[in-house]
Design a protein around this ligand. Sequence first.
Ligand code: ATP
Length: 253
Amino acid sequence: MPAALEVRDLSFRYDGGRATLSGVSFTVQPGECVGLLGPNGAGKSTLLLHLNGILPERLPARSEPAVLVDGLPLAPANLPAVRQRVGLMFQQSDDQLFCPTVWEDVAFGPRQLGLRGDALGQRVRACLERVNLDGFEHRRPHQLSQGEKRRVCLAGVLACEPGVLVLDEPTSDLDPRGRREFKLLLRGIPATRIIATHDLELVVELCPRSLLLDGGELVADGPTVELLSDEALMLAHGLEKPHILQHRHPHAA
Ligand code: ATP
């Protein structure tokens, strides 16, 4: 079976700027849940935007592909197929919600994929139920709480039934209860997941493996508990060993 996601020697710079990603390579197997860690400005969001072809703005047509999804190279001809497989939840909910009602927002993706009528209605209902938002169909997305907005975004991504779920700081604006609820939702999703976050407890609880990015380079890739327990590594990259691991030995189960 091909890897769910393969990134090969990915480098990128924004127009006129310095390198934001330098030679990043890693592979994610189907069903894995991987944390993406790193200090502010490390390049996490930039990396995630490459996973479904939002970046680079113009995909090179013929060179060696830097990203493969289910073995499919991310090239112009495959862009629709890749975007169907990789669901991306943006860092800011407001960047993702643009319809007048919750129903329309969640229906947008599957409608683009050709779903109509009862099948579309059922898909939207099922996804809203899954994120505990049944009854919110006619609400205005921009009048919802941050936690509700996050869950509408997640429902919209799930409605396209992606095999790979890419989440950019999904809990950054949630209160502790919202974070707990969101964590439970993420835990129940069987898709391959890659989660960029500063919420180290979430990573410890959900992601057996993590990637550590700094200055656009992948500086570590390994078991989350081992990485986060390495105080020198954490300190060197602007992070710290989370409380949840303060008394845990890195090799404890
Ligand atoms: P954070 O944890 O703060 O969200 P990050 O690890 O997600 O940070 P990115 O948002 O990918 O980091 O930013 C990496 C670098 O690229 C930063 O130096 C940032 O200023 C720069 N950058 C991000 N977006 C753009 C853009 N659209 N144009 C130019 N530079 C950008």
